[in-house]
Ligand binder design. Structure first.
Ligand SMILES: O=C(CO)[C@H](O)[C@H](O)COP(=O)(O)O
Length: 231
């Protein structure tokens, strides 16, 4: 489902600028994906070289492994249920800072972590910023409920495909042991309303529409723009 990615430089610029919000003593949600990887590596350097004292809560096996490799001490949501900040990438962000996530199939844990944080900071490159969300929405589904979920999504106008793996035949299985559907809704003019409808479907574990971003850092090759949610 990954595409539309900008340059590594643009991703790195957004990630490193957002990391300036992280200070001593913070518990930090660590998202998943190639943009967040720049943030994890940057924070790791700050921990190892400058003695920054933070603890990270990873959102996937991948970000856990990278954080350990980079020297970031980890904690869990059980031990640290209230995070100071969560930093994470996204697949698309609209002008009102609604977000589609889940290109890496990690959106369930990412949403839990982002909702546990006082501040949810999204980092993207410029190619992902748009007026209106119009990408397929990743949907994590308990395999037992797949047919019901597909039927309910189709009633909402969605067209679903089961996400297939690479390096493995058959469906992608999430870190939680579930399947991922990618569901096309065309232009999503009312993301918050769609989010509520999706959340009501039994067996649908979590969907990739996030309406809780506090700030979005948009990276370009030579600058970073910061947008804050209007309260
Ligand atoms: O939501 C995500 C993973 O579930 C990622 O944050 C999103 O797919 C962006 O990834 P990348 O920075 O590699 O483009």
């Amino acid at each position: 489902m990954k595409n539309l990615s900008g340059s590594e430089e643009a991703k790195r610029n957004a990630a490193e600028k957002a990391c300036e919000l992280v200070t001593d003593g913070m518990v930090v949600g660590l998202g998943t994906g190639s943009t967040t990887a720049h943030a994890i590596k940057y924070l790791g350097r700050k921990v190892v070289e400058d003695g920054l004292k933070i603890k990270g809560v990873p959102t996937s096996y991948a970000s856990e492994a990278l954080a350990i490799e980079c020297g970031i001490p980890l904690t869990s949501l059980t031990e640290s249920p209230e995070l100071d900040i969560a930093i994470d990438g996204a697949d698309q962000v609209d002008a009102a800072l609604n977000v589609i996530k889940g290109g890496g199939a990690a959106h369930t844990r990412e949403k839990i972590v982002s909702m546990s944080a006082a501040k949810f900071v999204v980092i993207i490159d410029d190619k992902k910023y748009t007026d209106v969300l119009a990408r397929s929405v990743p949907i994590e589904v308990i395999p037992y409920a797949r047919r019901l979920v597909e039927k309910e999504l189709s009633k909402l106008g969605g067209k679903c495909t089961v996400r297939s793996g690479t390096g493995k035949d058959g469906p992608v299985i999430s870190d939680n042991g579930n399947m991922i559907l990618d569901c096309e809704f065309g232009r999503i003019l009312e993301p918050a309303a769609l989010s509520v409808k999706l959340s009501r479907i039994p067996g649908l574990v979590e969907h990739g529409i996030f309406t809780n971003a506090s700030m979005v850092y948009i990276g370009y090759e030579d600058k970073v723009e910061v947008r804050s949610r209007k309260m």
